[in-house]
Design a protein around this ligand. Structure first.
Ligand code: SF4
Ligand code: SF4
Length: 147
């Protein structure tokens, strides 16, 4: 199963993998479910960071990067499919991440068809983060009450 249908096309991806080094890519629940179904344990490819579930690095690179290739390419996380186009929540703008090795070579305006997908994805991440936080608070309340 792959998703979504629309993706950012990076013409350098056959020879560049900088965005897979020291990654902090957040995953949505549907990403986690999809990748888990491939047979990976959640703890081996994910960690929590600031309330988000992000890809785990191994020796400075994404857990899934092997011999310079993404080993789950067809099932890679939704955020990896949009990168380096990112959404700035503060300014409500879609920009090319200046951490991308070819930051100056992409024009964000031509990727307009991706904008709503990315905005929806970001709000999904924020919503799922809040749900996890509320679950943790509820567990803590129960623990204090001795339930
Ligand atoms: S999942 Fe694949 S594309 Fe995404 S950061 Fe890891 S190696 Fe790169
Ligand atoms: S760092 Fe930028 S140029 Fe390199 S593969 Fe990632 S998106 Fe493409």
């Amino acid at each position: 199963m792959t998703s979504p249908d629309l993706e950012f096309y990076c013409s350098y991806s056959d020879r560049c993998y900088e965005c897979c080094l020291e990654t902090e890519m957040p995953l949505a629940e549907k990403d986690i479910t999809r990748i888990s179904k491939l047979g990976f344990q959640i703890d081996e490819f994910l960690e929590e960071k600031d309330g988000f579930m992000v890809l785990r690095n191994k020796e400075g690179m994404c857990f899934f990067l092997k011999e310079s290739r993404c080993t789950i390419y067809e099932n890679r996380p939704e955020g990896c499919r949009y990168y380096p186009l990112i959404y700035d929540l503060d300014t409500d703008e879609f920009i090319i991440d200046d951490l991308c090795a070819h930051f100056n070579d992409f024009d964000p305006s031509i990727y307009q068809p991706l904008h709503e997908l990315i905005r929806y994805f970001i709000y999904t991440l924020l919503s799922e983060k809040e749900i996890r936080a509320e679950k943790t608070r509820e567990e803590e309340r129960k623990r204090k009450k001795g339930e």
